[in-house]
Design a protein around this ligand. Structure first.
Ligand code: MN
Length: 200
């Protein structure tokens, strides 16, 4: 198998009460697992089997739609599990905190922009914080697209992604996407986001 499902780095219930255990279990074990299986099926026997998921995303316009949807799904969720953690949230400090203040004026302004990106993404998609040409930018994508993709409206290297598909919140929050997004801020693993930021 070219790609494998990474294990969740904490227990299913570790993000309670913000994100419930059943949602985490289905999201990781069913949804992400299906993206991996379908991606492997879509690239079987092609050169993509020896490519990194990042390189596949960066050249996604050369691939058929099942690779775009499932490859994006695999990249996005692999990142998503790591940028959340128990006992997390709060305000980022250090270089990332300074960069957020510089780019958006304040952390609260960043939060507003990021939440707005998630709230205004119609249907299924993601909100992103990325580094684009050395600057922090907020954007959103539809379905399983992401800013690494050569077809993205706003291209960059994502360092934080928020899944706003209904499968990410519907069991607990039903139609209340804004409540889920507020809760998401309580589980953001800023140490991991800062690590990704400093690696660029
Ligand atoms: Mn998802």
């Amino acid at each position: 198998m070219a790609f494998t499902l990474p294990p969740l780095p904490y227990a299913f219930d570790a993000l309670e009460p913000h994100i419930d255990a059943r949602t985490m279990e289905i999201h990781h074990d069913k949804h992400h697992a299906a993206y991996v299986t379908n991606l492997n099926n879509a690239i079987a026997g092609t050169d993509a089997e020896s490519s990194s998921i990042e390189d596949i995303c960066k050249n996604i316009s050369k691939y058929p739609m099942p690779v775009r949807n499932n490859g994006g799904g695999h990249f996005n969720h692999s990142m998503f599990w790591t940028i959340m953690a128990p006992n997390a949230g709060g305000n980022p400090t250090g270089a990332l905190g300074d960069a957020l203040n510089g780019a958006f004026g304040s952390f609260d302004e960043f939060k507003k922009l990021f939440a707005n990106a998630g709230a205004t993404r119609f249907g299924s998609g993601w909100a992103w914080l990325s580094v684009s040409d050395g600057k922090l930018v907020v954007s959103s994508t539809l379905n399983q697209d992401n800013p690494l993709m050569d077809i993205a409206e706003v291209k960059g290297t994502p360092i934080l992604g928020m899944d706003v598909w209904e499968h990410a919140y519907y069991l607990h929050y039903q139609n209340r996407r804004p409540d889920y997004m507020n809760a998401f801020f309580n589980v953001i693993n800023w140490d991991e986001v800062a690590k990704r930021f400093s690696a660029i």
